[in-house]
Ligand binder design. Structure first.
Ligand code: MSP
Length: 675
């Protein structure tokens, strides 16, 4: 790969970024950083989509000129991206001259190809999607994404001959299986193409906010036709031909699954019409959900990314989003889970490893570690295998798999420390060489893990690299060379804990579980058989040693590897009241695609439970079924309906629910306890 051009969707600026829109930018940033780490010249472009009606309306409400409002919002967006360490190379706004020049040139070229004609559009328009909608696109008359009623509009428009490109698009899909990924989105688009395409309206009349059509300035270019062109505008189309030839076509457009049709059907047809190359790949990622719904400002289900970053730090947030959500699928964000993963992955696992390596190197070898000539290194093969699998995953945008691979090396290093017991070796002068090698191996494995994690946690990984004696800046490192096992002597530094463990005590069961799990692990690790009182004293992960303490022998931390999910005690499990229940009634919840209102019989009472299972089950499917319910969960209001319990379901690989049922329901009547 000689160069890599990557884009995200450009955001509407009528409101601040939320965690869902931020997720896309963070994921794209991880991809961009990985390519830079691979030594490929990379161009990562993001930007703002400003010609939307909602933007105009918001500016008017604020009494501002729309452009002044967009200028203000640019600062808001940049501040968020800066805080989240999103390292775009270019940020394009659709009100910029370079964008206007590209739109004018491309629309002109499409018109010259004979692909625009005048007509009249009469139909639905969802302002939040900025999209024309057909009846079949609506659910009970509402836009399914925004759950609002679209406007009925009738106006003279210019139409683009999208239908003409259906066969060429199908041929392109057939010849390029990787054009649209993941597979589920490709299948959706293939079905759409097979059904046939209608021409689409690409101008709006009676509006001043937008880019005028070059051949009819009384109309402006439809906002989507305008916005898509940013991808070529940003690399010089219509303004800098040499630059355009250098960077186009894009290697990947990273966009949400709700807008894949614009990117995988409309955009390629526009490019075909203009005789330009198509992007090599479109990645349609899933949605971040909040309480069972797409996270969205207009649905009132959004989390502020700055608040999330302030809570535990930008890197923990980035890691959570790319490691916990399978890239391509939907995933949940909850504060409880975020805190739980922070404690498990960062405080107890990686953070603890960083402090153990530094403290032991300092205590036993004054910070200088070097391999023993001729000695066998213990983690070399494991590291090489992890790097191989990491690269294979990251090359295919399987970010979560790549991150999990990197954490395997962290786990393996923690396990190695536990096995090799450096504190025991340190007591026996005849084993000094073994200790030298062990100290070197753990530092080297940690160095490699930090390089692999750098795309996701850039600031923290840079600090880890510094502490393990890597003298080059992180962005000068290359995955192909610098993750090979190196053998030079190095100086290890101590430092304050990177991720102090947070106290998650509170009502949420997940928090409780994380805490209990850690206690359990520490007990077993601090009392290894045969460990005498000169062994390193326990260090709690929430209080990793400070620099001053770290150089004192008594502050050497005892290994606290947490290679697996934190465990809970049986008593904790028994705090859950799981009961058999029979569904006696079920109905859809207006405006919700996911939720059903379900009435269950628990033997002694009937309860209303709101269940996020509507994608997989109709109300009729449910009545009469035996299910398992968490009966002692706090009540919660979802879409205005009070839920008094939770129905248990597994989640299939496509994130669809699969209900838990009983082997022999006749033997366990409603109300029977499940354990
Ligand atoms: N302006 C258009 C995109 C034009 S691209 C030529 C738009 N803007 S948006 O602000 O509504 O969304 C920006 C991106 O964020 C889209 O890719 C969208 O799918 C994504 N997301 C919005 N909500 C999201 C989640 N809850 N989760 C994940 N991504 C989400 O669409």
């Amino acid at each position: 790969m000689s160069r890599f051009y990557l884009t995200t969707a450009i955001d509407y600026v009528n409101s601040r970024p939320h965690l869902g829109t931020a997720y896309e930018k963070i994921a794209a940033d991880v991809i961009a950083r990985y390519h830079r780490l691979s030594g490929v010249p990379t161009q990562f472009v993001m930007g703002n989509d400003e010609h939307s009606q909602n933007v105009y309306q918001r500016a008017t409400e604020r009494g501002l000129d729309p452009l002044a409002f967009c200028d203000e919002m640019e600062q808001v967006f940049r501040e968020v991206w800066d805080k989240l360490d999103v390292s775009f190379d270019d940020f394009i706004r659709t009100t910029e001259d370079r964008h206007r020049a590209a739109v004018t040139a491309l629309v002109q070229r499409i018109a010259e190809a004979g692909d625009l004609y005048e007509g009249e559009y009469e139909g639905w328009y969802c302002v939040s999607c900025e999209a024309f909608k057909q009846d079949k696109d609506l659910v009970e008359g509402n836009c399914p994404v925004h759950q609002t009623r679209p406007e009925w509009i009738k106006e003279k428009n210019y139409f683009f001959r999208l239908s003409k490109y259906r066969d060429r698009l199908l041929a392109h899909y057939a010849a390029n299986p990787g054009f649209l990924v993941p597979e589920v989105r490709r299948n959706e688009m293939l079905r759409l193409l097979e059904r046939g395409l209608d021409d689409i309206s690409v101008s709006r009349t009676g509006q001043s906010w937008g880019i005028p059509l070059p051949f009819d300035p009384s109309s402006v270019v439809y906002v989507w036709f305008d916005a898509l062109i940013n991808y070529i505008a940003a690399v010089g189309y219509g303004t800098d031909e040499a630059r355009f030839n250098e960077w186009w076509p894009a290697d990947v457009h990273v966009v949400g699954k709700d807008i894949t049709r614009f990117h995988a059907v409309v955009w390629p047809a526009m490019l075909m019409s203009a005789g330009l190359a198509l992007p090599k790949r479109i990645f349609g990622h899933g949605w971040v959900h909040w309480q069972g719904q797409k996270m969205s400002k207009s649905l009132g289900t959004s989390v502020d990314p700055l608040e999330a970053a302030d809570r535990l730090g930008p890197d923990p947030l980035r890691l959570y989003l790319v490691k916990e959500i399978a890239f391509g699928q939907d995933g949940d964000f909850t504060w409880e889970r975020f805190e739980e993963r922070y404690n498990a992955d960062l405080a107890n696992n990686l953070g603890n490893l960083v402090s153990r390596v530094a403290v032991m190197a300092t205590k036993y070898r004054a910070g200088r570690v070097a391999p023993v000539p001729g000695a066998v290194s213990h983690l070399t093969e494991r590291a090489a295998d992890v790097v191989r699998r990491y690269q294979a995953a990251m090359d295919e945008y399987q970010l979560h798999v790549g991150m999990a691979a990197a954490f395997e090396l962290v786990d393996a290093t923690n396990e190695f420390i536990t096995r090799s017991e450096p504190w025991v070796l340190a007591k026996d002068p005849t084993r000094a060489a073994e200790l030298d090698q062990a100290l070197f191996d753990m530092a080297e494995a940690l160095r490699i893990a930090a390089i692999l994690l750098w795309p996701a946690i850039p600031a923290s990984a840079s600090e880890i690299l510094r502490r393990v004696g890597e003298t080059r800046p992180a962005d000068a490192l290359r995955v192909a060379h610098d993750t090979a096992w190196s053998t030079g002597e190095r100086t290890i530094s101590t430092g304050p804990p990177l991720w102090p463990r947070i106290d998650t005590s509170g009502p949420a069961p997940a928090k409780d579980a994380a805490e209990k799990g850690t206690e359990h692990t520490m007990t077993s690790e601090t009392e290894p058989p045969g460990q005498d009182d000169t062994s390193p004293p326990p260090a709690t992960a929430d209080r990793a040693p400070t620099t001053a303490e770290a150089v004192r022998p008594e502050a050497v931390p005892v290994p606290v590897p947490v290679a697996e999910e934190p465990r809970i005690s049986f008593d904790d499990f028994m705090k859950l009241t799981l009961k058999v229940a029979k569904v006696v009634a079920a109905e859809a919840i207006p405006k919700s695609k996911k939720l059903l209102k379900v009435t269950v019989d628990l033997g002694t009472e009937q309860r209303t439970v709101v269940a996020g299972i509507a994608r997989a089950y109709t109300p009729e499917d449910l009545v009469g079924r035996t299910v398992v319910v968490v009966a002692n969960l706090n009540k919660a209001k979802l879409m205005g309906v009070e839920s008094n319990g939770m129905i248990l379901a597994a989640t299939d690989p496509d994130q669809n629910p699969v209900l838990l049922t009983l082997d022999a329901p006749e033997k366990a009547p409603p109300g029977s306890r499940v354990r």
